[in-house]
Write a protein that binds this ligand. Structure first.
Ligand SMILES: *[C@@H]1O[C@H](CO)[C@@H](O)[C@H](O)[C@H]1NC(C)=O
Ligand SMILES: *[C@@H]1O[C@H](CO)[C@@H](O)[C@H](O)[C@H]1NC(C)=O
Length: 377
């Protein structure tokens, strides 16, 4: 029965999360937009951080699922903390679903913070989830891109993922009410500043995350959020390698969506869903320098004993002998010299048959068309 062998596999990867999302209910007369867009709200650290940044639960997407005041009481693996940090290669948080086996497209409004350090009142990223990272600090932003075992972050195997940012089509943010802080632009320590412009793509066993310096006039351009179906290599050109953990300095990228041709700066427009995205150019790879490599265990010593939901407990007597699966950067050889090795979202294989989910063009793989057109602008 060969057709039965082939078809279900294709369907597994090809059914967009869209298909599983409830369409907007025409009878629902609740309003959509908040009085003040989420990205316009200012909450100074630490005393200005509210219990919930979103204060309009009567709007169409309902109440903010978690909370923004996170402390030692909320520091656990069931935490619903929705305040994230991005400070350095060893101290950052990702947004990922609160419940196991979720699709990003279904749970974008509900992402919770998963952090590398046990000091933000949030969940910890489980051992083995981070498999290779490139951190870059540029004049205008910090960026981290890498390879993950997404199932350890509650993301369904095979999910091509989606994008989180503080905007969303209804201007309430994804996750709803999610706040982001950083000390990367303020000299480190506890001097955390709220980051107004940031964007995180996660899915297809990879992620990329950029937070832009609010003091920079172009923060909104470097952290442009409208190319939400275009994935990491388009929005955040990077040279992350699976198995390598490195921290670099870098120059700024071109604003996402813009490129220079014959001396003219041109802008690409992402077509409206469901038209497939089809980038007309390959983004310029910004130069990086002074890269330092690390062992994952030295960066993330606090994660060695953190078990992913549904994973067996570490087998060793004290858990210390359970090595992260990809902590051996030295086995990976020289750094790539071409952008073809950027790697992220290199996932076209699963969909090769006839899927409309993922296409790859000129080395730029495209994020799945899996988001409700409604909430991802
Ligand atoms: C800790 O955070 C939770 C969730 O925001 C809050 O309910 C609780 O009051 C906080 N506890 C302290 C001691 O601040
Ligand atoms: C990254 O490396 C790990 C460990 O070798 C492997 O299991 C995983 O599939 C790799 N990820 C990708 C996207 O190639």
């Amino acid at each position: 029965m060969s057709f039965r062998r082939v078809l279900p596999v294709v369907a597994l990867f090809a059914i967009p999360a869209m298909a599983q999302e409830a369409p907007p209910d025409p009878e629902d007369t609740r309003a959509t937009f908040p009085a003040t867009p989420h990205a316009s709200k200012v909450f100074p650290w630490p005393t200005g951080v509210p219990y919930q940044a979103d204060t309009e639960p009567e709007l169409i997407r309902g109440r903010q699922m978690g909370y923004n005041q996170c402390n030692s009481t909320t520091q656990n693996q069931d935490s619903l903390c929705q305040t994230g940090f991005f400070n350095s290669i060893e101290d950052f948080c990702l947004w990922a679903p609160p419940h196991p086996d979720s699709l990003i497209g279904d749970s974008e409004g509900e992402g919770v913070a998963w952090c590398t350090q046990p000091k933000h009142g949030a969940r910890l990223i489980p051992e083995g989830a981070l498999q290779g990272l490139q951190f870059i600090k540029t004049p205008s932003y910090v960026q981290i891109a890498g390879f993950i075992d997404q199932t350890r972050l509650n993301i369904q195997a095979g999910d091509q993922g989606g994008e989180f940012d503080p905007h969303g089509a209804d201007l309430r943010g994804n996750p709803l009410g999610g706040l982001m802080y950083s000390n990367a632009f303020s000299g480190g320590g506890e001097n955390y500043q709220q980051v107004i412009e940031w964007t995180l793509f996660i899915g297809a066993d990879a992620f990329c995350f950029k937070v832009c310096d609010s003091a920079d006039d172009d923060a909104d351009h470097y952290c442009e959020h409208i190319y939400d179906r275009m994935g990491c290599n388009f929005n955040m050109p990077n040279q992350a390698q699976n198995g390598t953990f490195e921290s670099c300095l870098g120059e700024n990228q071109d604003f996402p969506g813009t490129y220079v041709e014959n001396g003219q700066t041109l802008t690409y427009t992402q077509p409206p869903y469901p038209t497939l995205v089809d980038p007309t150019y390959t983004p310029r790879m910004p130069a990086s320098s002074e890269c330092q490599t690390f062992q994952s265990a030295e960066l993330f010593s606090g994660l060695a004993d953190v078990t992913a939901p549904g994973q067996p407990e570490p087998t060793g007597e004290d858990g210390e002998d359970t090595e992260p699966s990809a902590g051996t950067p030295t086995s990976n050889g020289p750094r790539p010299t071409s952008s073809d090795d950027a790697g992220n979202q290199d996932n076209a294989d699963a969909d090769a048959e006839d899927s409309a989910v993922t296409i790859a063009v000129s080395g730029v793989s495209i994020f799945a068309v899996i988001f409700s057109a409604m909430f991802f602008a």
